[in-house]
Design a protein around this ligand. Structure first.
Ligand SMILES: [Cu+2]
Length: 71
């Protein structure tokens, strides 16, 4: 299991936060998602079969591309 923090500049309001959390939690292997509109960061805890690639692809698909992996 691992936890990663992503910079997601397109987070602009509470709806973005809700959408990201809802969509990512549906990805198999994702254990926890915390999106923050102030810092425009998303912290995801996941295990296989989820992967950074799958998370990045989903974020792209829903309109919130990851700009940078912070940690
Ligand atoms: Cu929004």
């Amino acid at each position: 299991m691992q936890t990663e923090t992503y910079a997601v500049p397109s987070i602009s309001c509470g709806h973005c936060v809700m959408t990201i959390q809802r969509e990512l939690k549906e990805l198999e292997g994702v254990v926890d998602v915390k999106a923050d509109q102030e810092t425009k960061r998303v912290v995801v805890t996941y295990d296989a079969p989820a992967s950074r690639e799958k998370i990045a692809a989903l974020m792209e698909e829903i309109g919130y591309p990851i700009a940078e992996v912070i940690a």
